[in-house]
Write a protein that binds this ligand. Structure first.
Ligand code: CP3
Length: 342
C-alpha cells in the first residue's frame, strides 16, 4: 500500500487532515512564475519546453509543500496537438480557428498527437525524478465536452451557444468531434500515465451548462468510456473527474463514470454532494477561490466548514475552481498551515 497521502485518499482512505493541492497552483499569482513568463516565449512554448514546464510545476511544491504536483500544461494542448490553430493572447485568453464543418474537422489528425506531445511526456519523466517522496504527480486533460466547447467556439464564451447548438442541430458532426476527442484524450492520458503520472484528472469546466439529457450524452457517457479504457490499460491508476457547475449530479456522475474521485465546484454543498457519492469514492474541493484572496478569518471559517462537512470520508482538500492571479501567495501558505494544524 502506498504511503502518498493523495494516493491513499484516492484509494478510499479517510486521511486526516486531508491532503491538499490547488487547481492552478502554478501560475501568474506566483512572482517566480511571472519571472519565467517575462523571459520566455509564449504560453505553448512554456508548456512544450521540459526545462521550463518542470521548473514551473515544481515552484508551488517548493514554496508550499503541496501533497500533489499538477503538470504545468493546458487542456487546449490537445486541440493544438491535433493540428488546430491555438494561441494564448494576453488579456484575451485562448483563440482557436473554430471547427464548425466537416472540412475543418477533417483537417485534425489524431496521428499527430503522440509526436506533438512528446515534450510533455519528457516533463513528466523529469518531474517523477525531481518531486519529493510523498508528493503525487497528477496528469490531466480537459473532458471531451469542455475541449469541444473551445474548439467549436474558437475561444472562451459566456454561453458556448455555437457548441451547444451544434450538439442539437448537427448531431452527426458533433458526435464525430466527440469521438475524436474521446479516443485522443484516452491515448494522451494513457501516455501521461506510462511516462509517470500517478493519477489523472479530467477538467469539465462547462459540464454544468447542459440540459439533463445532454449532460448524460456529452459528459457522463464520454467520461465513462475514458475511465473504462484507462482502468483496462492501467489498473489501479486513479481518475479524478471535475464536472464543474454540475454538483447536483455528483452522485450520478461518480456512479456512472466510475471515477475514483469527484471534484466539487465552489457552489456545491460538500455534505450533500458527499452523501450522494458512493462510499469509497473520494471527494475533492471546494474552497471558494475568493475566500483565498480574502485570506484570514474568512478563509479559515470556510475551510473549517468544508473539513467538518467531509470529515470521516476520503477527501482531498482543494479549491472549487482555479487560483486567481490576484491571490496573495502568503494566503496560500496560511491555508496549507491552517489545514495541517488539524
Ligand atoms: O492547475 C495547474 O496549475 C496546471 C496547469 C493548468 C493550466 N490550465 C495552466 C494555465 C490547468 C490544469 C489548466 C486547465 C484549464 N485550461 C482549464 C480547466 C480548468 C478551469 O480553469 O476551468 C481551462 C478551461 C483552460 C483553458 C484556458 N487556459 C483559459 C481559458 C486560459 C486563459 C485564462 C487565464 O487564466 O489566463 C488559459 C491559460 C492558462 N492556462 C494560464 C495558465 C497558467 C495563464 C496563461 C499564462 O500564464 O500565460
Amino acid at each position: 500500500m502506498t504511503e502518498k497521502p493523495i494516493l491513499r485518499a484516492l484509494a478510499g482512505d479517510d486521511v486526516w487532515p486531508p491532503p491538499i493541492w490547488l487547481m492552478r497552483q502554478a501560475g501568474r499569482y506566483l512572482p517566480e512564475y511571472r519571472a519565467i513568463r517575462d523571459s520566455s516565449g509564449g504560453f505553448i512554448a512554456r508548456c512544450m519546453t521540459p526545462d521550463l514546464a518542470t521548473e514551473i510545476t515544481l515552484q508551488p511544491i517548493r514554496r508550499f509543500g503541496m501533497d500533489a504536483a499538477i503538470l504545468f500544461s493546458d487542456i487546449l494542448i490537445l486541440p493544438w496537438a491535433l493540428g488546430q490553430d491555438v494561441a494564448f493572447k494576453d488579456g484575451v485568453g485562448p483563440v482557436l480557428s473554430p471547427i464548425r464543418d466537416t472540412a475543418a474537422l477533417d483537417r485534425l489528425d489524431a496521428e499527430r498527437v503522440a509526436g506533438a506531445t512528446a515534450p510533455v511526456l519528457e516533463t513528466i519523466r523529469r518531474l517523477r525524478l525531481a518531486l519529493p517522496e510523498l508528493c503525487t504527480l497528477i496528469g490531466f486533460c480537459g473532458s471531451p465536452f469542455t475541449v469541444a466547447c473551445y474548439m467549436v467556439e474558437g475561444g472562451g464564451s459566456r454561453d458556448f451557444c455555437e457548441t451547444r447548438a451544434m450538439a442539437y442541430g448537427d448531431p452527426g458532426l458533433f458526435a464525430r468531434l466527440m469521438e475524436l476527442l474521446v479516443r485522443s484524450t484516452t491515448d494522451y492520458l494513457s501516455a501521461q500515465i506510462s511516462a509517470g503520472a500517478e493519477a489523472v484528472m479530467l477538467f469539465d469546466t462547462w459540464a454544468g451548462m447542459l440540459s439533463p439529457s445532454q449532460f448524460l450524452r456529452h459528459v457522463v457517457a464520454p467520461t465513462a468510456r475514458i475511465v473504462d479504457a484507462l482502468n483496462a490499460r492501467h489498473p489501479g491508476v486513479p481518475v479524478i473527474g471535475f464536472p464543474r457547475l454540475a454538483g447536483l449530479y455528483a452522485g450520478l456522475y461518480a456512479e456512472r463514470t466510475g471515477v475514483d474521485c469527484v471534484a466539487l465546484d465552489t457552489g456545491t454543498d460538500p455534505a450533500r454532494a458527499a452523501a450522494s457519492v458512493p462510499d469509497g469514492v473520494a471527494v475533492q474541493g471546494n474552497l471558494d477561490p475568493i475566500a483565498l484572496i480574502a485570506g484570514g478569518a474568512a478563509m479559515r471559517t470556510e475551510t473549517s466548514s468544508i473539513l467538518g462537512a467531509l470529515r470521516g470520508r476520503p477527501h482531498i482538500f482543494n479549491l472549487g475552481h482555479g487560483i486567481l492571479p490576484q491571490t496573495d501567495p502568503e494566503h496560500v501558505a496560511e491555508l496549507v498551515g491552517f489545514l495541517r494544524s488539524h
